[in-house]
Ligand binder design. Structure first.
Ligand SMILES: [Cu+2]
Length: 278
C-alpha cells in the first residue's frame, strides 16, 4: 500500500516513526537539503559515540565529499564534464564496456533486452555491437521521483527496515505497477537507459546512481541501528535465490579486489570507503 505525503507528515507529527521531523510544504529539493542536513548531524553525533573501525583514519572531517551537481559552480561543472571526456579517452579495463568515440558517444554494449525500437537484442553482453548511444526522455516514468517517495524512503514507512527501504527504492511492488526511484530514473532516460547492461554506457547513469547511493547514505545515517543490515537474495531479480550474507564477496569483474558486502556498507568505514555527501 502506498503511503501518502500527508500520512508521512502525520506519522512524523505524532512521533510514531521516531525519525527526525521534516517540515511540511517543501518541495523535493528543499526536503533533500533538510534530510542532508539531518544526516550530517546524525553522522557527527554518531562519530562521538562510536569507535572508528580498526585500522581506519576516516572521519566526517576528512572524508571525500560527493557534491550535488546542482550545487556545483560553472567551472566545477565544466571540470566534471572534462573528467567524463577524459574517462571516455581512457582504454577500458573491461573490454566489453567503453565509449569508442567520446564526441558521438559511440558505444558497444547491448541491447540485451528488446526494449529499443529498431534495434535487435544481442545474445551476449560480450558481442561486438557498435552503435550510437540512445535516449528517449519521458516524464511519464518520473512519477516516483518526488517528495512523497523521498520522505517515505528516508523517514516514512519504507524507512523502517532495509527490506522495506530497498523494495521501495527498487520499485518491486507489482500492484499497482511501481517503478521506485531506481526504475524511474532509468525509464526517464529511456532507450539505452532501460537496458540492464547497456544503461551503464550513458553518463547520466552515474549521476542517477550517485543520487540513489545518497538516499541510501542518508537512510543509513538517520537509522544507525539498521545501517549494517542487508536483505534479499544472492541473485538479482531471483527472490528464491539463497539469502545474501554480510561475508559474501561482491564480484567487481577485475576492476578491483572483490570485497565482502560488510566492508562496503559504511561510507565512513575507511576500508575502503571514506566519503560523505554534501
Ligand atoms: Cu540502475
Amino acid at each position: 500500500m502506498r503511503i501518502s505525503l500527508a500520512a508521512v507528515i502525520a506519522l512524523l507529527a505524532t512521533g510514531v516513526t521516531g525519525a527526525p521531523t521534516v517540515d511540511e510544504g517543501k518541495d523535493a529539493d528543499a526536503i533533500m537539503d533538510q534530510i542532508q542536513s539531518e544526516a550530517m548531524g546524525a553522522l557527527v553525533k554518531a562519530e562521538k559515540s562510536t569507535p572508528r573501525r580498526q585500522g581506519s583514519e576516516c572521519s566526517v572531517g576528512n572524508a571525500h565529499i560527493r557534491r550535488d551537481w546542482e550545487k556545483l559552480g560553472q567551472q566545477e561543472k565544466l571540470d566534471y564534464i572534462r573528467a567524463v571526456q577524459c574517462l571516455a579517452d581512457t582504454p577500458p579495463k573491461l573490454t566489453q564496456y567503453g565509449w569508442a568515440n567520446k564526441n558521438r558517444l559511440t558505444i558497444n554494449l547491448g541491447p540485451i533486452t528488446p526494449r529499443m525500437d529498431g534495434l535487435s537484442p544481442v545474445g551476449s553482453i560480450f558481442e561486438w555491437n557498435p552503435r550510437c548511444l540512445r535516449r528517449d526522455l519521458t516524464m511519464a516514468a518520473s512519477r516516483n521521483l518526488n517528495a512523497e517517495n523521498l520522505l517515505n524512503l528516508t523517514v516514512g514507512h519504507a524507512s523502517h527496515n532495509v527490506q522495506l527501504f530497498q523494495d521501495e527504492l527498487q520499485g518491486t511492488r507489482p500492484d499497482p505497477p511501481f517503478l521506485g526511484m531506481h526504475g524511474s530514473g532509468h525509464f526517464s532516460m529511456g532507450a539505452d537507459g532501460t537496458d540492464i547492461y547497456a544503461s551503464i554506457n550513458d553518463p547520466a547513469f552515474w549521476l542517477h546512481h550517485a543520487m540513489l547511493d545518497r538516499v541510501y547514505w542518508a537512510w543509513q545515517a538517520l537509522h544507525p541501528a539498521k545501517k549494517g543490515k542487508i536483505a534479499g537474495g544472492t541473485v538479482m531479480r531471483e527472490p528464491d535465490s539463497p539469502p545474501a550474507e554480510l561475508s559474501d564477496l561482491l564480484d567487481v569483474m577485475g576492476l578491483d579486489n572483490n570485497k565482502p558486502i560488510e566492508d562496503l556498507l559504511d561510507t565512513l568505514g575507511g576500508t575502503p570507503l571514506c566519503y560523505i555527501y554534501g
